[in-house]
Structures are given as C-alpha cells and as structure tokens.
Design a protein around this ligand. Sequence first.
Ligand SMILES: [Zn+2]
Length: 178
Amino acid sequence: MEYSSEVLSKIKAESYVSKKVQMQGIEHKGLFAIEKILKDEIVSISGGVILSKEEFEKIYSGSSDHAYYIAENFLICPLNPVNPSDDWRMNHCCEPNCGVKGQIIFVAIKDIEVGEELTFDYAMTETDPDYSFPLSCKKSICRNKFTGNDFKIKEVQEKYKGYFSVYVQDKIDKLEGN
Ligand SMILES: [Zn+2]
C-alpha cells in the first residue's frame, strides 16, 4: 500500500499539538500557552520520519536543531526539515515547564499560565557530545552553554527525574554510580 500524492499533499502536520498551544513570535519563534495547562497534561506528541543514524548524517550533514534520538542509532525527524511543524519549535530553557514521557510525548511538568512560553531542557532528549550552543535563558540558574553531555550532570538528573526520554534515561542508568 502506498499513499497517493493527493493524500500526501493533504498531510500538513505530522504531529499532535494541544489546542491550548500556539506557535507565536517572528524572530523568536516558540510555543505559547493560549489556555491554562495543568501539570502532566500532554502538550505535543512528535511525529515525523524515522531515520537511521547513517541516513540522518547523509541528509542533515550530521546535526540538526530539531531531530532527536528515540533509540540507539535511530532518530525522529520533522517531515519537512526546512520548515518543521509547530511542535518542533519548542525552545530550550534551563528552568523549563515541559518534559518528556516515553520518547515522543511532551507533557507539562508544572501548571502553565496563559501567555507563558512552553520550554523543555534539551538535556531531556540530547546526548550527542559534539552538539553544543550558547544559552541565554535569562534565568539565574542558566548553564550558559548547552552541551550533549548535560544529561550527565547530577543536579540535572535529579531535577528532571521522570521527565527524561526513555532513550536518555537508559543512558543515565548505565552511567557509573547510578
Ligand atoms: Zn539556560
């Protein structure tokens, strides 16, 4: 069985995004609450294309701000890597209000008020030691620089217990002393 090009052209979003969430912003794009969201409510579920590490590195030249690992050697990537659907726009924050359940489900980790930006800590999904970028969360506890090794930081592990992706939690469990 194969989807016809007509059916494919109708598929605009590959993911679930809560109706309480909307993408806003021009230069700084992000997801914002347009209705109050309660702790543990699902805010989005990623859908997209599953690529092996090998395929991913060929297509993305090795890095992407959006794709993330869901299992050893497998990543979930946006259907459209140039213009990803809204759920892929959730930004990093060192004091986030969202976290991960399973591999692809994003939930609120505290009540979120109308107008608040939805954020998660990329340490919840990212373990690539070569991936890093400067942070400017404007929070007193900002780590200043994100790296794919942040999931190894004890305070980070304790802070987000229960909200790491299964893929990252497995890696934490295998670290010495855990
Ligand atoms: Zn920060």
